[in-house]
Design a binder for this molecule. Sequence first.
Ligand SMILES: NC(=O)c1ccc[n+]([C@@H]2O[C@H](COP(=O)([O-])OP(=O)(O)OC[C@H]3O[C@@H](n4cnc5c(N)ncnc54)[C@H](O)[C@@H]3O)[C@@H](O)[C@H]2O)c1
Ligand SMILES: [Zn+2]
Length: 366
Amino acid sequence: MSKHIVDVRTTSRAYEVHVGCGILNEVGPLVRATAGGTAVAVVCDSNVAPLYATRVLDSLRGAGYCASLITFAAGEENKRFSTLESILEGLADAELSRDDVVVAVGGGVTGDMAGLAAALYLRGIKVAQVPTSLLAMVDSSVGGKTAVDLQAGKNLAGAFLQPCVVVADVECLHTLEQELFADSCGEVIKHGVLADPELFEELVSNPLTSSARTDEQVAHVVAKNVAIKRDVVNADETERGLRQTLNLGHTLGHAIEAASNYQLGHGSSVAAGLCCVARAAEKLGWSEAGIARHIERVCEAHGLPTDTQLPHETIMRYATHDKKRHGGTVNLVVPIRIGKVEIRTVTLDELEKVVRIGCGTQGDNR
Ligand SMILES: NC(=O)c1ccc[n+]([C@@H]2O[C@H](COP(=O)([O-])OP(=O)(O)OC[C@H]3O[C@@H](n4cnc5c(N)ncnc54)[C@H](O)[C@@H]3O)[C@@H](O)[C@H]2O)c1
Ligand SMILES: [Zn+2]
């Protein structure tokens, strides 16, 4: 199978994202070529370490590194300062110097925390990202955002640090729970709606959750997603204009996720939020006719929700708590047609209308 290499150029760094099947053993040579140094610390959570740490450590040692392993207990509930502190202590114990490298091997939680540890340790050392979950491959490993959660909310403390290289081995997805894989397809669909009609149509005809999916197809889709995120992040590294478009489906999606007390997965919540905003946009005449049904169909094909039965007041309460709220308005990302979105600054009254006509109304426009 051929390997895909996506070039990412940001103002702070240029790097490559390698997407392929069975490429974990390339981590060592790629880190050697892009980061140098003499020592590396591999950071893994307790689920991923027994599965993949040895292969990555062997590859790094084969490339001449002195490589050690730091593990932490898996789970979003551990994405907090105390875990970050133990990772930082681990980097110090491994005696990493300014020229050395952190290698994050795992899902988004690992990438975010190992990335933040690298940004802080000795005021910043290099990080390589080796995403092993679908979400980490298509979203969190590219773009340079790192964070931990605070009591007050998710991802409230963090830093920007671009990786020196990203290595996504889609073979790792074989061990990922099917439910998690399906949930993350919500973000993949979002990327299609946001920027790529061709990717969207591919997902319509060959849903990623189909039992007939091949590693080749998954690698192709991951590489397309990385390129979409790259294009948005390239244009706007520190979240002002264009980067906001990545929030498509997230204003209502976050509200649905939080109101479910995080029982509904993030990708599933985004899928529902995306369908709700698409229905409202269509009814308000903001978007092309038929777009909502088109998006609903691809979400259904991936087993994702397309609506929410939450009370509208509850959705509004959570949606307006969102940290991206500016004064009395919210920047809402609206799908115009497949592959094209628009940022609309809406008042809270307008947002309320979007919720009223978009949420709990599936079937209204058929
Ligand atoms: N930095 C960003 O730009 C960005 C973007 C989106 C999301 N995120 C963050 O990403 C996190 C969610 O990512 P996630 O869904 O990968 O969560 P995660 O890292 O918790 O991984 C989910 C679960 O899958 C397990 N796992 C991962 N890879 C596996 C594999 N190959 N085989 C078996 N098990 C595996 C993990 O141990 C964990 O239990 C959130 O904390 C979110 O805030 C960050
Ligand atoms: Zn998201």
